[in-house]
Write a protein that binds this ligand. Structure first.
Ligand code: ADP
Length: 657
């Protein structure tokens, strides 16, 4: 009995978009379907390690392609694990990935131009790519060990039919009924490979051969196709008999070279081969930004092939990102997304580890307990960190690009792997007051001024707000560089680091200033002023007692009238807001309001406080000073309307109303 079911709403939307908005790169559907077939064979081979009966005597793993020019069809058949009725509904009838909605939106936003296909892979809609070229797709599958087979069929129009059938040979066959021959999108237009856009050719043997070679050569199982071979009559010595009989035979030809890529010498592997492999493994449609391929020998023996994606994966910061590496043991696929193999802060890495000495009966679950796995992860962390350091010195521009995409994630290493903080510090890029570009901590340390004994930083929400923060004034004046740190994770970084190149790392907005050149002179000057400004400082302190810890004379300010600073060991304002945003109860931290004795406003207020101990205007002015300080760091005001009223009042008075 066949059943007709609806696709999920998102799936339908995606299909629509895919069919109607993607014109170029259609070839990749072949790679997607072959990847699925290869994964399915990996799975059955793995299951068979502990249950050889599953193979039912068929251990001759392969993927077979059937292009049929007459019928305009292409079939892709594998003897992999297959699917049960319920699995087909679960995997094929729905796009389970959490990102599919986001994907549909991105695709729409991009307007379906040529840049969009690289989105598809990221969101794991591989199977559906078939509908880019097919008006109808059928799938016939029989799960290893199951008592039934399943037929599935869809026109890609929002519904599909599914029905159970008799048990057949293990594996899956997918048949694409290709769309009718379409004219090129624009007469004579070529795609990036200079082939005229022509879907019908997907039923052509040569076209398929070319595409398989290009995208799927490294697939570790044979990809085969039936080809006609003409056999001529030969004499006893093997020479063709002239005018003799000739026979046409069908033979199975292997199209790919079929050797696991990572087992080859890296020097013999072309960039394109790595790239094709990366795309297969990550389902990304763009080239990787970087590749690491290395072999470890000694107490342990294993090979790793790791890729750094060009763009941060869309789920990098989601609660449950898809992450981890594939694990192979002596070329046999054990599992994917093994997160124990990569450190958290390098979770964007795609790739695999092939171990020569993990026990073959290890499973996903036992991997977690295996003693060797943490050692592999540690080694990978070290390798990747030193690779990045190398890249930073040899290809600064490339590294900066990588940092923009992945730097935030890498900095999480200060939290997850505090023991590696010194190594991590060497690959960190930051912004600073030195100039508009990225800089390293080593460069910052090298630029320190004579007499400067600390590295200073300022955290906040936005780079441009930080750049203009009043807390930086004295540093500018004395030509001392300050790191500008706008990422939430930066707080964790500076807390973990404590120092760099023997220079303590200090907040420019915390505590009293020391470690700056000429500090001693400034302190002297400040002492003098403290006497003069005592009446004002005391009045303000009293008026703002509920809101600030104290009011004091500033050494930091040169141009602005006021700023807020935290206590030496207090949380920074940025950190406090971050914790609040995460829903944590943060005890209210009162900060210190610093006033600038060189500023005309403060001088005038001091005169007022001196003259008239009861002038009521000072109450309003105190509030306005505090609000100004908050505004300058981009923080929200407690009562913005009141602030606006006060400003209006002051302005009215100033223009002589
Ligand atoms: P992805 O491959 O990224 O998971 P697909 O849409 O291509 O997404 O496939 C969805 C799921 O359908 C696969 O994860 C797999 O479980 C199942 N599947 C697809 N093709 C096959 C196949 N040839 N054999 C067995 N299962 C398959």
């Amino acid at each position: 009995m066949s059943e007709t079911r609806q696709f999920q709403a998102y799936t339908k939307k995606l299909l629509d978009l895919m069919i109607h908005s993607i014109y170029a790169h259609k070839d990749v559907f072949v790679r997607e379907l072959i990847s699925n077939a290869s994964d399915a064979i990996d799975k059955v081979r793995f299951e068979a390690l502990t249950n050889s009966e599953l193979l039912e005597g068929d251990g001759d793993f392969k993927i077979k392609l059937f292009p049929n020019a007459e019928k305009h069809t292409l079939s892709i058949s594998d003897n992999g694990i297959g699917m049960t009725y319920d699995e087909v509904i679960e995997h094929i009838g729905t796009i389970a990935r959490s990102g599919s909605e986001a994907f549909a939106e991105k695709l729409k936003a991009a307007g379906g131009d040529a840049a969009t296909p690289d989105l598809i892979g990221q969101f794991g809609v591989g199977f559906y790519s078939a509908f880019m070229v097919a008006k109808k797709v059928t799938l016939h599958t029989c799960k290893a060990g199951a008592d039934h087979s399943v037929r599935w069929e869809s026109l890609g129009d929002g519904e599909y039919t599914i029905e159970k059938g008799d048990k057949t040979r293990r594996g899956t066959t997918i048949t694409l009924y290709l769309r009718d021959k379409e004219a090129p999108r624009v007469e004579g237009e070529e795609d990036e490979d200079h082939e005229v856009f022509n879907q019908d050719s997907y039923s052509d043997t040569w076209t398929i051969k070319r595409i398989v070679k290009k995208y799927s050569d490294f697939i570790a199982f044979p990809i085969v196709m039936d080809v006609e071979k003409h056999e001529h009559e030969r004499d006893e010595e093997g020479n063709v008999v002239e005018g003799g009989k000739s026979e046409t035979k069908i033979v199975e030809e292997q199209i790919n070279s079929g050797k696991a890529l990572w087992t080859r010498q890296s020097s013999s592997i072309e960039k394109e081969e790595y790239s094709a492999f990366y795309k297969h493994l990550s389902r990304d449609w763009t080239d990787p930004a970087d590749t690491l391929h290395f072999h470890v020998e000694g107490a342990q023996e294993w090979t790793a092939l790791l890729f750094v994606p060009e763009k941060a994966p869309f789920d990098l910061y989601s609660r449950e990102p898809k992450r981890g590496l594939q694990l192979y043991i002596k070329r046999v696929f054990i599992g994917e997304d093994i997160k124990e193999l990569v450190p958290e802060h390098f979770r964007f890495l795609k790739g695999l580890v092939d171990s020569a000495d993990l026990p073959l009966n290890v499973s996903r679950e036992t991997v977690q307990q295996d003693r060797q796995v943490p050692l592999i992860r540690k080694r990978i962390a070290t390798k990747v960190t030193s690779h990045f350091k190398d890249m930073l010195s040899k290809d600064r521009a490339g590294y900066e690009k990588l940092w923009v995409e992945l730097g935030q994630c890498i900095k999480e290493g200060f939290h997850y792997e505090p023991a590696s903080k010194d190594k991590l510090a060497d690959i960190v890029l930051v912004r600073s007051t030195h100039g508009p570009g990225w800089t390293t901590l080593a460069e910052v340390a090298a630029r320190k001024q004579e007499g400067q004994t600390a590295i200073y930083y300022l955290t906040g929400d936005k780079l441009d707000v930080l750049q203009n923060a009043p807390q930086l004034e004295v540093f500018r004046k004395r030509d001392v560089e300050v790191l500008l740190l706008p990422d939430p994770v930066d707080e964790i970084m500076v807390a973990a680091l404590e120092k760099y190149a023997d220079l303590p790392i200090k907040s420019a907005a915390k505590g009293e200033l020391d470690g700056l050149p000429e500090s001693a002179e400034a302190a002297e000057h400040k002492k003098e002023q403290e006497g003069t400004y005592k009446p004002l400082v005391e009045r303000l302190s009293k008026l703002l007692a509920d809101q600030v810890k104290e009011v004091r004379i500033s050494e930091r300010l040169t141009d602005s009238a006021v700023c807020l600073v935290s206590e030496e060991n207090g949380l920074s304002a940025q950190y406090e807001r971050m914790l609040q945003a995460m829903g944590q109860d943060v005890p209210v931290q009162k900060r210190v309001l610093e006033v600038n004795p060189d500023h005309g406003l403060i001088q005038a207020l001091a005169a007022l406080a001196e003259r008239d101990k009861s002038d009521e205007r000072l109450g309003d002015y105190a509030e306005m000073l505090l609000d100004q300080a908050l505004l300058a760091e981009g923080a929200p005001l407690k009562n913005p309307a009141k602030f606006a009223q006060r400003i209006a009042g002051v302005m009215a008075a100033a223009v002589g109303h």
